[in-house]
Structures are given as C-alpha cells and as structure tokens.
Design a binder for this molecule. Sequence first.
Ligand code: ZN
Length: 155
Amino acid sequence: MWNNCIQLHAEQSKGCTPRFSVANERKIGLAWQQSLHSVNCQFKSGMYKLYDEVPTGGCGKTPATTNVALQIVLQDSAISNTKVCYLLTSVNVPPPSRRGMQKTENKVASVSAQHTVDDLKQKRDKIREINSLRGQEHNAPISTSAQMSCITVHH
Ligand SMILES: [Zn+2]
C-alpha cells in the first residue's frame, strides 16, 4: 500500500512533499482495508486490502486468511467465538462481529467435514487395496493398534 501510494502520489501530485495519513479504514473480521491521503494536497488512494484472501472458487466475497485461520484454530480449541471476543477486547483489539465469525465458522466446518469424509474414504480404499494384495476379501478385518489417554474422574 505505502509503496503504491508513494508512486501514485509522485505521478499525480508533482512538486508536493507528501505527508500521508489514513483517509479511510474498514474492518472485516480481524482484517483491515485502508486508504491513504496526502495532507498537503488532494491525493487520495483507493482502498487497499491489508490481508491475503482464501480463494474459494465461488462468487461472493473472498474471505480473509486471518478470519479463516482463526476459525480453523478454534475447531481444535476449547474456547468459543464469544471467548475470542472477550480475549480480543481485553487486549484492546476490536473483535469481529459475532455474525461474521459464525458465518466463517459454518463455512470452515463444512469444508473441514468434507475433508474428513474424503480422508476416511481414501483410508477405506487403501485398506481394500491392501486386503486385495494379501489375497483376502476387500472388507476383511485388519489388525490395528492405537494409543489413548483418558482423564477419568472418580467420585
Ligand atoms: Zn501531496
């Protein structure tokens, strides 16, 4: 943004020594868009997205990586969107809107669920292939081992 604005200002406002200031800003969840203006002349930039976007392949707004990353992390966390809002507010960071967080959470959960289903299908296909190579029926049981830790509370 800064490099672009300095270059555009030099082209459009010859002779002006710029003193940039934020002209406008828009919060999108945890991400921001900003525009700059020169205090010494009429130069004003367009809005710049100060974040990367997650390509969705669909139409509509493209989500910011920051907002999607937050929801991905929250899927594997014991805290909720509400707690994230409390946490951000307590450190003086404007929290995203609850509605926006819920919308992103739903999309992330949907994609995550589909990835899980696809992954399990790949595992089943692999087991069928291994059984076939062993000369067994495709749905023959296989031996597995697993480790598990549990916290048991006794009353
Ligand atoms: Zn200027």
